[in-house]
Design a protein around this ligand. Structure first.
Ligand code: HPA
Ligand code: ZN
Length: 334
């Protein structure tokens, strides 16, 4: 359709995509076969089709996370991580993405015995290939997970510091994700304080299932971007602060529907954010699980909110301007 072509042609950046969340069922079965891994003893793993069907009715974030963590257990060798990243970047490129900042969850792989270098070198290999063959720019954002003990995150942080991953440019920023409601809101306080001192860019998943105090806590700990953040609309004062300070929300409409944070894309507060001057980007989160990549998310927003060309230009331009890249790269994309 002409509208989809227009949205495809807009120069876009993606800021909220978990590489492990781009692991398609086909690749889960392929990697399991390659490594002789027995998939979980659950009838949903009968076939690609039964698995895809199960992904259509998650009841909440934790129900999804169960399958997300099971699926990623087929990633074992450096090349698996490289192949996964490469598959995602090809799709992003086809959707008109020029720059992608991508999350990954090392703690979960390390808990299965995969070494830090296997993960980071593999993903880096995929990033380099996207840069040279597709002209994309990429940044890796290492995510701490909230369902494991803080000590596990601290060990990973120490490992990252020991490898000088930030200084050598392989890991560009830090985030946190996984179960929102339950674990202490400020569990990564010490890690974020240390990272802030090193000027490492920080983001955090907040205000997806959790109330606005999860967002204010993330900001207090030094996050300069908020992943999801849709529940910000429940606190008018905080929303005005986020607008005033130019903090970017990385909104993921299809994810919000699949995880039942909203009933439909119409309920994602796109208009409220536009009217309040809150900057946001539109992203895919876990495209293999939520039924669409970035362009499907843009298109779903258009179908639900019927934005005009000027509004779309503002959204796409904010996605470029708020990326963690040099001004010279922003100018190239725009
Ligand atoms: N929320 C929290 N953690 C996640 C998500 C999400 O949407 N996707 C992958 N890890
Ligand atoms: Zn996410």
């Amino acid at each position: 359709s002409p509208m989809r072509e227009f949205l495809q042609g807009l120069p876009k950046c993606e800021h909220h995509i978990h590489l492990e969340g781009s692991l398609e069922p086909e690749l889960i079965f392929e990697l399991a076969a390659r490594h002789g891994i027995t998939l979980p003893d659950d009838p949903v793993y009968t076939s690609v089709e039964t698995l895809k069907k199960r992904y259509e009715h998650f009841s909440n974030l934790d129900d999804f996370l169960h399958f997300y963590f099971e699926g990623m257990a087929v990633l074992r060798e450096e090349q698996d991580f490289a192949d996964l990243a490469w598959a995602y970047f090809q799709k992003a490129h086809a959707d008109g993405v020029h720059h992608a900042e991508v999350f990954f969850d090392p703690q979960v792989h390390e808990s299965r015995g995969v070494a830090y270098n296997t993960i980071v070198d593999g993903f880096t290999k995929g990033c380099k290939r996207a840069e040279s063959e597709l002209g994309l720019s990429t940044k890796l954002i290492l995510c701490f997970v909230r369902h494991l003990p803080v000590a596990s995150a601290q060990e990973l942080y120490d490992e990252m510091v020991a490898h000088k991953s930030f200084e050598n440019g392989t890991v560009h920023g830090l985030g946190w994700s996984s179960s929102e409601v339950g674990p202490p809101k400020d569990m990564f306080r010490d890690i974020y304080a240390s990272a802030a001192k090193k000027n490492i860019p920080l983001t955090a998943h907040a205000g997806e299932e959790g109330d606005p105090t999860y967002i204010s806590t993330a900001l207090e700990l030094g996050a300069r971007r908020i992943d999801h953040g849709i529940r910000l609309i429940e606190d008018e004062e905080l929303m005005q602060r986020v607008a005033r300070e130019g903090i970017l929300l990385t909104v993921c409409p299809l994810s919000n529907v699949r995880l039942r944070c909203v009933k439909s894309v119409k309920e994602v507060p796109i208009r409220k954010f536009l009217e309040a001057g809150v900057k946001f980007s539109i992203n895919s989160d876990d495209p293999a699980y939520f039924g669409g990549y970035i362009l499907d998310n843009y298109y779903a927003v258009q179908e639900a909110h019927n934005l005009n060309v000027l509004e779309w230009k503002i959204i796409a331009e904010n996605s470029v301007q708020e990326s963690w890249i040099e001004d010279s790269r922003k100018a190239e994309i725009l």
